[in-house]
Structure formats: C-alpha cells, structure tokens
Write a protein that binds this ligand. Structure first.
Ligand SMILES: Nc1ncnc2c1ncn2[C@@H]1O[C@H](COP(=O)(O)OP(=O)(O)O)[C@@H](O)[C@H]1O
Ligand SMILES: [Mg+2]
Length: 287
C-alpha cells in the first residue's frame, strides 16, 4: 500500500520526514487488539534472544496510560519525561537492561502519554503531539547499542498515533522491521488475525508470523483447531503457542514463555542475525 499523501499539521514534526528505517536486525511486535500480550511476547522474546547471547534493545515506541515517574513526583506539567512506561520496564528487564536508568528510559520508551486511551486521543487531551524526534533518537541510539531491536507497537495495528492519522501501521512501514502478530487461539481469532495479517501484507511489510498467546492447557476444541487453522489459512508460521500461565509479580515473565519462544528466536537469529549470529556476547551496553 502506498503512503496516502497527507499534510501534517506541524511541518517540523512530521513522522514521515523525521523517522527512518531501523537498518538493523529487529522485530516489530503488534497484536490483534490491546491487552493481548504484546508486552509479554516482547519481554519473552527479549529473554529468549538474550539467552542466545544476543545484545537486545527494547523500544516501546509510543505508550499511553503511563503513570507518573516516581522520581519526578512533584512535576505537574505534561511531558514525556514526567511519565514512566511499565511495558518498556518489563521488556527491558528481560533484556538485562536497567529500566530505572533515567538516561536509558528515553530510548526504552521515547514517547509517553498519561491518559489510558488511544495515543492520538491522549495527545489531544494532554495538548501536545508525539515528539517524533525522540523516537528517531531512540532508534538511532539502539542502532549503535544493540544487535537486535524489539519494538512494541501500541494497541492493535491500525491505532492512530496522532491527529494527522499517522498509525501504528505507518510507523512500522517506516521502521521496516518484520512484524510479529500476537493473537489468541480463542473464538474470533481467525477473523482478527487474518484482518491484521492482510493489512500488514498490503503494506508489503515482511511478516515474521503469529504468536498465539494465553492458550489454555490442555487446549479445548476451539484452541486446538485454531492453532492449526491460523497458519494454514493465513499462510504464515505460527511462531509459538504460549500457555495461559501465572505471571510473576510486577509483570515478571515466567521461564515457560521464554522457552516457548526460544526455538523461533534461535532459528530467526541464525537466518537474520548477521555475522555475530550464534556467538555468545557480553551484555554490556557500553561502547
Ligand atoms: N500467557 C499469559 N498467561 C497469563 N497472563 C498473560 C499471558 N500473557 C499476557 N498475560 C497478561 O495479560 C495482560 C495483557 O498482556 P500484555 O502483554 O500487557 O498485553 P499488551 O501489551 O498487548 O497490552 C497482562 O496483565 C499480562 O500479565
Ligand atoms: Mg503492552
């Protein structure tokens, strides 16, 4: 799908002008809906790649529903740095990164809004626009400081990110990373997943595949058949089926989820990881 020519209200904050392709190995994690498991899958992937010795970077590109940063409790004006993205923190920990490092935070979650609504509405309520330069800086930082970048979207695939109708899909098109679609195996998933897959393909973006999350153990008839039908109908791999499990306190990711994504991570890194694929590396972020 070609970019629809749209005039951006602020010519000095036009994401089409400011953002660039990632230009390094990475994955863009989207989902069929909000609350489906993007953060969980991003974090489990971070754990799986980190275990392989890959230096993983995390970017929750645009986050809404962010609580106030505890170190900036006295601040009153709305500003990205006054807020904190729990999603970025969950995934960062699994990549061995320190989510309390305030310098790192602006690269882990460059654009943050407080209101727990779609980012474009949150931006409107908070009377400020997403600062696309912050995302560009984050991508640039990770290009220099990681071997593989995991970018978590916001909500589902066609969520608007600003009032000029720039969507998650548009952002993924510019970043040009293969897309992982997190879905479920429950009733309704064939429709939701297929719509998302078609919309990704219509933008000529590479689709890494689907992850079915929160699959009841043992799978009931619906889950068992959907796990077979999803890859067959959509002609895309089912990268993993993650079980419904007990999550750790503070969003810690159980080892079973990391293990379920490890075969995909191993295969993917072998095929896409560049010259360092398979060689254990130090996790230090310096240099
Ligand atoms: N496999 C799972 N088993 C149990 N709970 C899960 C699982 N995956 C996600 N959750 C829970 O579901 C909720 C939404 O998941 P999350 O990863 O935050 O979704 P999203 O990032 O798409 O909004 C969270 O409370 C999370 O702990
Ligand atoms: Mg999330």
């Amino acid at each position: 799908m070609k970019r629809v020519a749209r005039k951006h209200a602020e010519s000095d904050n036009d994401p089409w002008e400011i953002l660039r392709a990632c230009g390094q190995p990475g994955l863009f994690i989207t989902a069929t809906d909000t609350n489906i498991g993007k953060t969980t899958v991003t974090a489990a992937l971070a754990g799986a790649f980190t275990r392989l010795g890959v230096k993983v970077g995390i970017c929750k590109a645009v986050a809404s529903g962010c609580p106030r940063h505890r170190l900036r409790g006295s601040a009153t004006s709305g500003d990205d740095d006054e807020l904190f993205s729990p999603d970025a923190a969950i995934a960062a920990k699994m990549a061995g990164l320190d989510p309390t490092d305030t310098e790192l935070l602006k690269f882990l979650s460059p654009i943050r809004f407080a209101a727990p609504v779609s980012p474009h509405v949150a931006a409107r309520l908070e009377r400020r626009r997403p600062n696309w330069r912050r995302l560009a800086e984050a991508i640039d930082y990770w290009r220099r400081h990681c071997e593989l970048l995991l970018v978590e979207g916001a909500g589902g695939w066609l969520v608007p990110l600003d009032d000029d109708l720039f969507t998650v899909a548009d952002m993924a098109v510019i970043l040009a990373l293969p897309v992982v679609v997190v879905s479920t195996a429950s009733l309704g998933t064939l429709n939701h997943s297929w719509l998302t897959v078609e919309s990704i393909r219509s933008r000529q973006l590479p689709l890494a595949g689907l992850v079915a999350n929160r699959v009841r153990q043992p799978p009931d008839l619906i889950a068992a058949t959907n796990l077979v039908e999803m890859p067959r109908l959509m002609r895309t791999p089912l990268l993993a089926a993650l079980p419904e499990t007990t999550m750790g306190r503070k969003g810690e990711i159980p080892a079973s989820l990391v293990e379920a994504l490890t075969p995909f991570a191993e295969q993917w890194w072998k095929n896409n990881g560049g010259s360092s694929a398979g060689k254990p590396r130090s996790l230090s972020l310096s240099g």
